[in-house]
Design a protein. Structure first.
Length: 226
């Protein structure tokens, strides 16, 4: 049995039976499984983001490429990976942020998945405001976010900072220079934030602050590299 055959067998487990143990075994199998590419290799998914399509080879055969072979290209070009995509469904989908996690931390999952939306009025007890380090925001992700903000959202000078607050969990959270007032309605704003987080590891928290707080922090924002 090839690694790809083992992966096929593993993917046959129904979704409702896929535990954390199942996922970690899945990630292990992906390290060595050689899969098949499509032509064209990359196409837009139903969420509007680009994905590199990989298929399982026929039984007993091997493919040409493994997921780890694509990590650097994906995280510098800004695409995800879809395993066996057909229409609007796939056997498995990695966002660009999932691949950033694998490249930066050697694993596809780290604990804590959240987006924190601050209520208004907001009580923010700040211990420190910092420029994000490479752990919070790897350098190869910054140009991808800059392109997304400028080309897709029309925000000409996107900025980012790390907010360290003793009354928040986790204590370190990313804040981008973006507010609800920049968009026509809540749906458009939610879609924009979903796009931002598509490029980021899921364990990072993006904190959404009211315009008045953003204005107060304006000098602390650092530009996203073009």
């Amino acid at each position: 049995m090839t690694d790809a055959d083992a992966l096929r067998e593993h993917l046959s487990v129904p979704e409702e039976e896929r535990t954390a143990k199942w996922r970690h075994r899945f990630y292990d199998l992906l390290e060595g499984a050689r899969l098949c590419e499509r032509d064209p290799k990359i196409s837009l998914g139903p969420d509007g983001f680009p994905y590199y399509a990989l298929d399982l080879p026929p039984d007993g055969e091997g493919g040409t490429i493994a997921v780890p072979d694509l990590l650097e290209l994906a995280t510098e070009s800004g695409f995800g990976i879809a395993i066996e995509p057909f229409g609007e469904v796939a056997a498995w989908v990695f966002t660009c942020g999932d691949l950033v996690t694998r490249r930066a931390f050697g694993t596809y999952e780290l604990p804590r998945i959240s987006i924190v939306a601050a209520a208004s009025p907001v009580r923010v007890v700040m211990k420190e405001v910092l420029a994000p380090d490479e752990t919070m925001l790897p350098p190869y992700v910054r140009p991808l976010l800059h392109a997304y903000f400028t080309r897709c959202l029309g925000i000409e000078q996107p900025g980012v900072l790390t907010l360290v607050s003793p009354d928040q969990e986790p204590r370190e959270q990313l804040v981008f220079r973006i507010a609800r007032d920049d968009f026509a309605d809540e749906q458009a704003f939610s879609s924009a934030i979903a796009g931002v987080t598509w490029f980021l590891p899921r364990h990072l928290v993006v904190s959404i602050l009211p315009p008045a707080v953003l204005d107060a922090l304006d000098d602390a924002f650092v530009p996203l590299a073009a």
